[in-house]
Design a protein around this ligand. Sequence first.
Ligand code: PXL
Length: 288
Amino acid sequence: MAPASSVQKEKVNEHCRVPRALTVAGSDSGAGAGIQADLKTFFALGVYGTCAITAVTAQNTQGVTAVHYLPPEMVAEQIDAVVADIGCDAVKTGMLGTAAIVEVVAAKILEHRLKNLVVDPVMVAKSGHLLLDPAAVSNLAKQLLPLARVVTPNLAEAEVLAQMQVTGTGNWKEAAKRIAGLGARYVLITGGHLPGPAVDLLYDGREFMEVSSARIETTSTHGTGCTYSAAIAAGLARGLDVPEAVRVAKEYVHAALKGAFPLGKGHGPTNHWAGYQAHGAGRTAGCG
Ligand code: PXL
């Protein structure tokens, strides 16, 4: 007869409820951006990550060579499957690709009453490849932004959403006001492309806050926007409020840029492991 200890089943930690975040985004075969960056970020920040893939991109650190969009029904099925069983405490959207996908994602967020939506309005890859059909921008603005707790445009995306030239800190408050007018509760314009320290503008519809970190001189910047918005979603999934989630996410991105390693011949990925201990995976979920 087997000793009692070997037949005793190990019990899972039933008291422990792990925060869950869903990313709805494109796959990056080079794994620096997109779904892969999001899942690594969720993991590093102690959040269980799930995903609904919108498109498969063939790419590496030098650029995107091909894109294949999934049928909108398949995107919807992935969201249904995850939400019905696993649930989610926050959702992040990245590359959505087409108007039909934007539409179905907005419909599913409404249907399942998904909370804590972070919209990263991904439009163009660093290499210039289009990641959102320009005809889908109005769907994004009209259908998705009103559901968003946070929208995280960079300066180029802010120009498209606000329909004005954004020259920098001189007029980005006006752009933030216009984007807030589309319905997002918080607007975070990321200023990483500006010279000087990496300063972002957070607007809650009433007040402006600046979030800043020292600039890191590196070419390993691929996926920075994905990583930032995923980290914000992770914070919201853990119950942080938006300014605190943004602050923690900014620290994480700073560490990921600082700790980046050489990889590939182009723009390498950030280091999603960086700050892994400091940001306490597991500890945040309250699990042993
Ligand atoms: O960084 C924006 C982005 C988002 N999602 C996917 C991407 C990229 C940039 O290349 O490939 C899948």
